[in-house]
Design a binder for this molecule. Structure first.
Ligand code: MN
Length: 239
C-alpha cells in the first residue's frame, strides 16, 4: 500500500548472503551472554546453567562487513567478542529443539563490540547494559552462509593485528544453538529476519583506533575489518 510518512522511514538493514544476489533483511538482534565457561570466569562471573543471559541490540547496531568501524564515543575500553550468529528464516514460539533448529536460514560470524568500562560500571550497579552493548556499529557481521543440518561445531577465532586473541570450539558452548532458540522462543515470538549472537569464548580484549581484526568460524566464514584511525583533535584516550 502506498503511504506517506512525516519523516523519512528508517532504512532496511540488509546482510549479504554468500554466493547469492539477494540480501537477508534483519528484523531484531538477540544476543546471548556468558555462553562459554572460560569467558564467564574471565568476567568474574559464575557459570549460569539455568537459563541463558539474553540482551538485545537495535538494528542500527548492525554493521555489514568490517568497516572501518568508528571508535564509539563514551568509552576508553572498546572490547572485541567474536561470536557465531544464527540468522532465522522463519518464526515461531514455544518451540521444541528440532522445530527451533528448523527456523535457521544460515550462519555468519560477527563481533559483539562492547564498551567494557561502562559494562563493568553498569553491572556493579545492577543496571541495564544498553550503554555498553547497543551503540551504532556495535554488531559487525560477515555475509550469511545458507545452512542445513546440524549447527556448526568447529573452531571460532579472532586475530587482532595478526595476534591470536580468541580461539575455542563451538562445541564448548554452554547452551548450544538449539537450546538457545528454545529458551528465546519461550519469551519471544521468533520471527524471520531475527539474528541471534550466540556468545563469545574467552580472550576478550581491547580494540584501539587503527587495529585490524580477522574473525573466523570454521565452515561458516570470515570477517575482516578495522577500527577507524583516531581523528586528529580527538579527545579519546586510547592508551
Ligand atoms: Mn557477547
Amino acid at each position: 500500500m502506498i503511504h506517506s510518512t512525516v519523516i523519512p522511514e528508517p532504512p532496511s538493514a540488509l546482510v549479504p548472503v554468500l554466493g547469492e544476489e539477494a540480501f537477508f533483511p534483519v528484523r531484531r538482534i538477540f544476543c546471548v551472554g556468558r555462553n562459554f565457561a572460560e569467558h564467564a570466569r574471565e568476567m568474574g562471573m559464575t557459570v549460569e546453567r539455568g537459563r541463558p543471559v539474553f540482551f538485545m541490540k537495535p538494528r542500527e547496531a548492525l554493521q555489514p562487513g568490517g568497516g572501518p568501524i568508528p571508535y564509539p564515543p563514551g568509552t576508553s575500553e572498546l572490547h572485541h567478542e567474536v561470536e557465531l550468529v544464527a540468522a532465522l528464516g522463519a518464526g515461531g514460539a514455544a518451540l521444541e529443539e528440532e522445530a527451533a533448529l528448523g527456523l535457521v536460514f544460515g550462519y555468519a560470524v560477527g563481533l559483539d563490540l562492547t564498551r567494557r568500562d561502562l559494562q563493568a560500571e553498569l553491572k556493579a550497579k545492577g543496571l541495564p547494559w544498553e550503554l555498553a552493548k547497543s551503540f551504532e556499529h556495535s554488531a559487525p557481521i560477515s555475509p550469511i552462509r545458507r545452512w542445513q543440518g546440524p549447527p556448526p561445531r568447529g573452531e571460532i577465532r579472532l586475530r587482532v593485528n595478526g595476534e591470536l586473541r580468541q580461539r575455542a570450539f563451538l562445541s564448548e558452548m554452554i547452551f548450544d544453538v538449539g537450546q538457545v532458540l528454545v529458551w528465546l522462543s519461550r519469551y519471544f515470538e521468533l520471527m524471520p529476519g531475527d539474528l541471534v549472537f550466540l556468545g563469545t569464548p574467552a580472550g576478550v580484549g581491547p580494540l584501539r583506533p587503527g587495529d585490524r581484526f580477522e574473525a573466523a568460524v570454521e565452515e561458516v566464514g570470515t570477517l575482516e575489518g578495522a577500527i577507524a584511525p583516531a581523528r586528529s583533535g580527538s579527545t579519546l584516550s586510547a592508551a
